[in-house]
Design a protein around this ligand. Structure first.
Ligand code: FAD
Length: 504
């Protein structure tokens, strides 16, 4: 088995796969390894429904409008230079995907644009309501065209390794199939491990979204920023006993769906004049407030006034999934709840994907480019991943030619066992519940409880065998919660009315 690559990309969502393809297209002499924790298809990318925001014609839309929408959604915390760059290069990213075989929906030879919350124009390109899967399928078929790309499935990075110069020089990777740990060496490592929605009680994210890459990057001294900016999506389908919830896309509200309370009232206008088309953070906060005031347990998405044929044509996948859960979207209001959806922050990088640690890059949802600020604008995430591939590839190609393989510091190869002790299972659930409660309430009591819990668990872990994979995972969770809380505490110190201003 090959364990030495010029470039090792950890993650096989839109960010990891498209980066590998662009690199291979530019220079097919480089060896590229792409690591996927589970099977290749298990990604957040595949779950994306709504689509990709882009200004494809300046006659009907404008860069300025997309830029302003992005800045407004971010609560003016996004980096303007990054926003300008991404918006102005969006059409190139779309054409790149089309060249790889993605066919966005058209009507009469024109792109069909969806309208989503926070956008002042309909500008979301999509493939029905399964855009992510359509894109991912094409990326998977493209990587098969490149002999220089090796895919390493069911393999999980457990540690980043440093070479003799203190630079990143490889990774320890555990294979879930044959239960072995191998040392991989690489001239450059690119983290593309996605978000961390699984840290919370309710999430729309795939099981792989546990924030591993961010925790590992922190361990080697990479700068982590904006981690506390977790986006909650207001319209996750609430099903009893489930924590990973099915997302009802923003585009359904764009098509005219209402959000109502138990009395049938469209209560959102009391919170924001945009009603159902306000940004996700505003709607999620309004739902929490409404439930708190009314004492009810749920609110509903109401599509009964939208013609059934329109729903069936535009949202077949959503309709089908709600039906599986016992609700007919065209006929009855569907219970919804806000759920952790997107990690706006992560490993701090520049516009070339470089972190502060030599030979170490980050791309996609695990990176903090500065595009999203406090709150991501709908459909700007797949866009971010595809737009930066060119810059990142050019930078890597320039650097990798000057590098040689350096010997990696000897690392003890721990034989991990995959049993999950009860301790971690139970404690993970408690941590998720308290973290979610804190994010919703932002109350002092919940914060104190969370801080005490993190310190108690850290203490407990000192006496536990670290060769259990689940113990390692639990440590990463504690690292992430700790980083997140530290940021919140810093913000409070620097902003007197931080808690009042924060909407979730
Ligand atoms: C339900 C849903 C709907 C969405 N809809 C949209 C939308 O319409 N438009 C939009 O722009 N965005 C949308 N998003 C957000 C978007 O899908 C993600 O932000 C984006 O796909 C992230 O891509 P990525 O490549 O960074 O990560 P992912 O696609 O999540 O891929 C992460 C990869 O990292 C691997 N990995 C993780 N940990 C490890 C490890 N320890 N070792 C090895 N590999 C590891 C995984 O196996 C996986 O291959 C949606 C998200 C969700 C959850």
């Amino acid at each position: 088995m090959k364990t030495k690559f010029d470039i090792l990309i950890v993650g096989a969502g839109i960010a990891g796969l498209s980066q590998a393809i662009v690199l291979a297209e530019k220079d097919n002499s480089l060896s590229i390894g792409v690591v996927s924790k589970s099977k290749l298809q298990e990604t957040n990318t595949r779950l994306a429904q709504g689509g990709i925001a882009a200004v494809m014609s300046t006659q009907s839309d404008s860069y300025l409008a997309h830029i302003e929408d992005t800045l407004n959604a971010s609560q003016h915390k996004a980096n303007k230079e990054v926003v300008n760059y991404v918006v102005e290069h969006a059409h190139e990213g779309i054409h790149q995907l089309e060249n790889w075989g993605v066919q966005f929906d058209h009507i009469q030879n024109q792109y069909h644009y969806g309208l989503e919350g926070g956008h002042s124009q309909a500008r979301v390109l999509h493939v029905k309501d399964q855009t992510g899967a359509a894109v991912h399928d094409q990326l998977i078929s493209q990587i098969k065209n490149h002999d220089s790309i090796s895919v390493i499935e069911y393999s999980e990075i457990v540690e980043l390794l440093l070479n003799n110069n203190g630079e990143v020089g490889g990774a320890l990777i555990y294979n879930h199939k044959d239960k072995t740990t191998l040392q991989y060496s690489a001239k450059i490592v690119v983290m593309a491990t996605g978000g961390m929605g699984q840290l919370f009680q309710y999430t729309t994210n795939s099981a792989i979204a546990t924030g591993d890459g961010i925790a590992l990057a922190n361990h080697i001294g990479a700068e982590i920023c904006n981690l506390h900016s977790i986006q909650f999506h207001p319209t996750a389908f609430r099903e009893a006993g489930k924590s990973q919830l099915f997302l009802i896309s923003e585009a359904v509200r764009g098509a005219g769906a209402h959000i109502i309370n138990k009395k049938g009232e469209r209560f959102l206008f009391a919170y924001d004049i945009r009603g159902e088309l306000a940004t996700r953070d505003v709607i999620s906060a309004a739902i929490y407030q409404e439930l708190k005031t009314s004492g009810e347990e749920e609110v509903y998405l109401d599509c009964r006034h939208i013609p059934k044929e329109e729903l069936a044509h535009e949202f077949p996948y959503i309709l089908e999934n709600c039906l599986k859960g016992g609700f007919d979207l065209s006929f009855q209001p569907v219970p919804i709840t806000p759920a952790a959806h997107y990690s706006c922050g992560g490993i701090q990088v520049n516009m070339n994907g470089e972190s502060n640690v030599p030979n170490f890059y980050a791309i996609g949802e695990c990176a903090n480019t500065g595009l999203h600020g406090n709150n991501r604008l709908a459909s700007n995430s797949l866009l971010e991943a595809i737009v930066f591939t060119q810059n990142v590839a050019n930078n890597i190609l320039e650097k990798v030619k000057q590098k040689e393989f350096k010997s990696i510091l000897p690392e003890e190869l721990i034989e991990f066992s995959n049993d999950e002790p009860d301790f971690c299972k139970a404690e993970t659930n408690v941590l998720k519940t308290v973290l979610t409660a804190y994010f919703i309430s932002k109350s002092e009591n919940d914060k104190v409880e969370l801080l005490e819990m993190v310190s108690y668990f850290n203490q407990q872990l000192k006496n536990i065998d670290s060769s259990e994979l689940s113990v390692l995972h639990f440590r990463w969770k504690l690292t992430l919660v700790d980083l997140l809380l530290k940021e919140e505490l810093n913000l409070e110190k620097n902003t007197d009315n931080f808690i009042l201003n924060k909407s979730i």
